[in-house]
Design a protein around this ligand. Structure first.
Ligand SMILES: [Zn+2]
Length: 393
């Protein structure tokens, strides 16, 4: 596979300004040459030429928070309990939709019955069209909290066992969920959040000892406080983070994955399917919280990585552009939203051969019919997607 993306505006994701009239040559799946279009010396008839004029080339996008086992939509939670054949086939379709939207790498941070790990195997074997997926396997949560299809524990030793079981099952990162008790499950005198700071530090230690990263769901004030101080690699959602929490995250080098598509989709369904008033109120609180947390994170020097939570909330797959738009609406520059979706995400995921367009790196690329630095909605105008140098959309 030998391709020349010719005479394009290049934004390479390294933090350098975009370069006009640049060409990028791909050979054997990697970036072989980058330079002024006029200086390319190869023989045009021997390569596949892609016209880059009036287009911008950016690194392949990375969605750090998806769940391919659910389609999102108004009853997304119920969809995780669909029959296994249905979940499995749907996951393949949703992963492909995600790839077509420019997502060449994704973290699947929770799926029932090991579906995401099977998806990874199929993608790596080239059996399906899908992003380069890193899967967490099943969520790990304290018994009596979160969702019934998570892997549950009570004591610290069960938590350690749960993490080891996920690793043995093929997970490549660990996902823990901090949340309050389910209705009626709270034992007398129990803490509001049973997943204490001490228990979370056990999880961090166990995951890191095995050489794995740990992502932590936290979306109420108590959980946010615990997660921000525990040294997890990423804090997911975090709409109730306060300044002290954000400073702790900056010190611990914990990434924030804000998943603003969660409340954006909730606000849509609140009127589209006539949800109860309480859910609408929750969405409005989350929106307000996101605005404060995301801008506070930037000021505190917390690294932000983009994640949509497609499937894990009402947000649907294939809409990564929306999350970038919400970041810009929050006050980020388009350039910083793009960094969150490329080079910053690659640091969180641990993908040093992806996330920027540089000589020798894997050719995961997105070609756009507009300039996303001017208007980040350009991410909706996909002209082509390349994965490992192969055109996949
Ligand atoms: Zn999620």
């Amino acid at each position: 596979m030998h391709v020349l993306i010719d005479d394009v505006q290049l934004w390479d994701g390294t933090g350098s300004p975009a370069q006009a009239r640049t060409s990028v040559e791909i050979r054997d799946g990697r970036i072989h040459w980058i330079g002024p279009a006029s200086q390319w010396q190869g023989s045009r008839p021997t390569v596949q030429i892609v016209d880059g004029r009036a287009r911008t080339l950016i690194p392949g996008l990375m969605d750090c928070h998806v769940h391919y086992s659910s389609p999102g939509g108004p009853d997304w939670i119920a969809r995780f309990s669909d029959p296994l054949p249905e979940i499995s086939i749907r996951a393949i379709e949703l992963a492909e939709a995600s790839l077509r939207s420019g997502v060449t790498t994704a973290r699947d941070v929770g799926a029932p019955q090991g579906v995401s790990i099977r998806l990874v195997h199929m993608a790596r074997a080239g059996e399906i069209k899908a992003p380069n997926i890193h899967a967490a396997g099943t969520w790990i949560a304290h018994r009596g909290t979160y969702v019934p299809f998570a892997r549950h524990f009570n004591e610290a030793h069960e938590l350690r066992d749960a993490i080891r079981m996920e690793i043995e099952a093929g997970a490549e990162l660990i996902k823990v969920a901090l949340s309050g008790w389910n209705e009626g499950a709270r034992p007398k005198d129990a803490a509001e959040i049973p997943f204490s700071e001490k228990l979370l530090s056990v999880a961090v230690e166990e995951a890191h000892m095995a050489g794995f990263k740990i992502a932590c769901h936290a979306n109420d004030p108590a959980s946010c406080r615990i997660a921000a101080h525990a040294g997890v690699d990423s804090l997911e959602h975090g709409m109730f983070l306060e300044q002290g929490d954000l400073e702790a995250m900056a010190n611990n080098k914990t990434f924030l994955v804000p998943t603003m598509s969660v409340w954006d989709a909730m606000l849509y369904y609140a009127h589209a399917v006539d949800w109860p008033e309480a859910r609408k109120k929750r969405a409005e609180d989350l929106r307000q919280g996101s605005r404060l947390a995301v801008m506070g994170a930037v000021r505190a020097g917390v690294q932000v990585a983009l994640g949509t939570d497609a499937g894990g909330g009402a947000a649907r797959h294939g809409r990564i552009a929306r999350e970038a738009e919400l970041m810009v609406e929050c006050g980020l520059e388009p350039r910083d939203a793009l960094i969150a979706a490329t080079s910053s995400a690659s640091k969180l995921i641990g993908e040093d051969e992806r996330g920027t367009i540089e000589k020798g790196k894997i050719a995961d690329l997105v070609l756009l019919d507009a300039d996303p630095l001017e208007n980040v909605s350009a991410l909706r105008l996909i002209a082509a997607v390349f994965q490992g140098g192969r055109r996949v959309a």
